[in-house]
Design a protein around this ligand. Structure first.
Ligand SMILES: [Zn+2]
Length: 361
């Protein structure tokens, strides 16, 4: 797992490149930043005035909000025969759409908590002990958000604008193993696909929390393995989103001597979260990447003096020299901010720290 920036700039996107639209986008982002810096979080009050602006329809937040409102209004029509309690919840939901669409991950989590604590009808937990079946009201509600997600985020140019917000991320933030760069071909060969995108992963599954289908703080580009293996697990308890984790605390690789071969190392993942188990990470790293770890071990321990000399002279140099040495030795990025650029960067950095601790003992 790798930390991903959840700042306001990552929460609104547009297909338009005109100055007027981009300037409106910048104003709204600034407003969100101020709101969150002041810890006031009244997204709905702060953003509704921008809705009337001439270019607002070009921005994802207003486009999605209008589309959701229309669909909820349709659902509230008498012929849909929804229960009065479900209708009341939908009316309340309509008042929180800005929060849902652009709120940061902590506010999304807080919103979910309130609904869960109140036994909301808008959430369906598959692992609920009572395992009650979905109500017809819920099925209709889930269907409209499923359709909205497909309509609003499956179109090629919209998807392209969404992925542009994440163009600094080359590797899946869940596994830090697979590249996720979209492909945009200039020419076709026969009937091949001109474009190919990574998956868009819902951290809180849309089958349980349909109202988060278009919430940007719930969406992340991911590899298809992680998206599929995560599937419909309820991630509300004891899991953190890549937007929430702390790379140094929440998720650490540890290296242990192999029981059969003292020259080899295995990997364990030290974490209090369930993410690693859900994503099968410890097993994957042991099954697929042990040779990578053991190659580095071999390089270090076959010539330990050389490594230690290089390391101690590098540590005396400035930061850019240190980075250069790390890149040439480990073929990866040393800075946390760059972990999303290359596969296995987090594993490599933890291995580097481990080697230094071994060296000192
Ligand atoms: Zn992945």
């Amino acid at each position: 797992m790798i930390k991903v920036d959840n700042s306001a700039k990552r929460r609104i996107f547009t297909e338009s490149k005109t100055q007027k639209v981009l300037s409106l986008k910048a104003q709204i982002e600034k407003k969100i930043e101020t709101l969150e810096a002041n810890r006031t979080y009244n997204y709905d009050k702060a953003l509704c005035k921008f809705e009337k602006e001439l270019n607002s329809k070009n921005l994802s937040v207003f486009k999605f909000k209008n589309a959701i409102e229309l669909k909820i209004d349709e659902l509230l029509q008498p012929q849909q025969q929804l229960s009065e309690s479900f209708k009341r919840e939908l009316q309340k939901l309509k008042k929180s759409l800005y929060l849902i669409l652009v709120g940061d991950i902590s506010q999304i989590r807080f919103f979910i908590k309130q609904l869960r604590d109140n036994g909301s009808l808008l959430i369906h937990l598959y692992c609920d002990e009572t395992n009650h079946p979905k109500s017809n009201d819920y099925k209709k509600f889930q269907e409209i958000f499923e359709d909205l997600y497909k309509k609003e985020l499956s179109n090629h140019s919209i998807k392209k604008s969404f992925f542009e917000m994440f163009e600094d991320i080359n590797v899946c933030p869940y596994c830090n193993r697979n590249f996720i760069n979209p492909i945009y071909k200039k020419t076709k060969i026969g009937c091949d696909n001109e474009t190919q995108s990574p998956d868009i992963e819902h951290f809180f599954p849309k089958s349980m929390y349909p109202f988060l289908s278009l919430s940007i703080s719930n969406l992340l580009p991911s590899c298809s393995f992680c998206n599929k293996i995560k599937s419909n697990v309820d991630t509300f308890n004891n899991c953190k989103s890549p937007y929430e984790i702390d790379n140094k605390i929440d998720f650490l690789f540890e290296f242990n001597q192999d029981a059969q071969d003292i020259n080899k190392r295995n990997v364990t993942v030290k974490t209090k979260l369930n993410n690693s188990e859900i994503l099968h990470l410890e097993n994957l790293y042991n099954e697929v990447h042990l040779h990578y770890i053991n190659d580095i071990y071999f390089d270090v321990f076959s010539h330990p003096e050389k490594y230690l000399n290089e390391l101690s002279s590098t540590l005396k140099a400035d930061e850019s020299e240190q980075r250069k040495w790390y890149k040439s030795f480990f073929r990866n990025y040393a800075d946390e901010a760059d972990f999303n650029k290359h596969p296995l960067s987090k594993l490599t950095k933890d291995l580097f720290n481990h080697l230094n601790s071994v060296k000192q003992t």
